[in-house]
Design a protein around this ligand. Structure first.
Ligand code: DCP
Ligand code: MG
Length: 391
């Protein structure tokens, strides 16, 4: 097949990390349809199918114009029979029966609503679905035992289901900056995740924290959390050793200093009027919003009283300076872009990439890098800036 003239050379590359994928593109109807099928497959724990649909959607995002005919797709990789069938139907009829019946199915809607609760994964959502639960308020009314993350998820669901704006992300950035400077002057924070890729809203706010003097970052997370807690900024937090490497497509050889790497899943209390966090702007111990005293778990009715403040999901990651480039690349996303980088590294370069390090399995050594540019270069890839990693 000869590539159609409208297809740019880079769109013919089969790994998302070889291509530029901007945020705004020309095929939203098609990509939303394919991503819905991807999401449905993920909710049904069919990972292979989910990734196939996501890759198909991603390739359409790289095209310089809207697809109008099937011939426009000639020469494009990543489009399997099933995706092509869906696209064809949409081009002909304006919609796809499979997509619409999935969109309206009780199972898809319920699993999406239930996994939309912070702390609830696919397995739990499925069990609850089989037990007759359909939405967060069913969960709140049920007798289900919830862990502390899920309790917070139900309690703050209304706020957490709203998108976080860039202005809110910046306001949270100021609070985190202040916390970090209080406990470790000279430490640096970087906004990562979707906001670093140029997104205007997100489901959470992601930060990476480091210090230019290697080792200084050790023990930083508990101190930051403690400071935030004394300021009344945190509605929920759980700190873990970063489990990034334990994901099944993580590299086979974790670096030995990975124990220092830490991640905190949290929920911030962001003041709506000032953009400041919680009672920070108030007198110490002051109360905002009139909702104090609602101990998480004491009464699991979803709360609607947070008029003075908004609950916002915030992820904090601490990285040693020597791993900063890898951490920055690993936490900027998108998820598909990350997955494709690791697949490229493994399949094409015999290397293992993580958010800590890059290991060359042929040379049996780690490849050092302090910037994202150097990592792309080690991988034999053209540098793709964050705004073009929206695969
Ligand atoms: N990440 C990853 N694999 C995971 C978790 C995270 O590769 N299992 C990386 C890629 C993500 C980034 O971390 O882009 C942040 O995770 P989010 O879930 O917050 O994703 P985004 O920030 O991209 O999306 P949103 O804007 O919805 O927050
Ligand atoms: Mg995010």
């Amino acid at each position: 097949l000869t590539p159609s003239p409208v297809i740019p050379k880079s769109s013919a590359k089969s790994y998302a990390c070889q291509r530029r994928t901007p945020l705004k593109h020309h095929n939203l109807l098609l990509t939303e349809a394919l991503e819905l099928l991807s999401e449905n497959a993920e909710l049904g724990e069919n990972e292979g199918r989910s990734v196939a649909f996501r890759r198909a959607a991603a390739i359409l995002k790289t095209l310089p114009q809207a697809v109008q005919r099937m011939e426009d797709l000639q020469g494009l990789p990543c489009l399997g029979d099933h995706s092509l069938r869906v696209i064809k139907e949409m081009l002909e009829y304006g919609s796809s029966q499979e997509v619409e019946s999935t969109r309206h199915s009780e199972q898809y809607q319920a699993l999406k609503a239930l996994t939309g609760i912070f702390g609830v994964g696919v397995k739990t959502a499925e069990r609850w679905f089989r037990g007759g639960l359909r939405c967060p308020s069913d969960v709140a009314k049920s007798e289900e035992r919830l862990n502390s993350a899920q309790q917070a998820g139900v309690l703050y669901h209304e706020d957490l289901s709203q998108r976080v704006s860039r202005a809110e992300a910046d306001a949270i950035g100021q609070i985190v900056e202040r916390a970090v400077q209080e406990v470790l002057p000279g430490a640096q924070i970087t906004l990562t995740g979707g906001f670093r890729r140029g997104k205007e809203t997100g489901h959470d706010v992601d930060f990476l924290i480091t210090h230019p003097e290697e080792g200084k970052e050790e023990g930083l997370m508990p101190k930051v959390i403690q400071w935030l807690e004394t300021q009344g900024v945190l509605l929920y937090q759980k700190t873990t050793r970063n489990s990034y490497l334990e994901s099944k497509d993580g590299p086979s050889r974790p670096p030995h200093n990975m124990d220092r790497f830490e991640r905190c899943f949290s929920i911030f209390k962001l003041d709506r009027s000032t953009g400041e966090g919680g009672p920070l702007a108030q007198a110490p111990g002051g109360e905002v919003g009139g909702c104090e005293g609602r101990a998480p778990g004491s009464e699991l009715e979803p709360q609607h009283c947070s008029t003075g403040w908004k609950a916002v999901r915030v992820d904090l990651v601490v990285s040693p300076y020597s791993q900063f480039g890898f951490a920055l690349l690993g936490w900027t996303g998108s998820k598909l872009f990350e997955r494709e980088l690791r697949r490229w590294a493994g399949k094409e370069k015999n290397m293992s990439l993580s958010s800590h390090a890059l290991y060359d399995n042929s040379q049996r050594r780690y490849l050092r890098a302090s910037t994202e540019e150097e990592i792309f270069s080690h991988l034999g890839l053209e540098y793709i800036p964050p705004c073009d990693r929206n695969a």
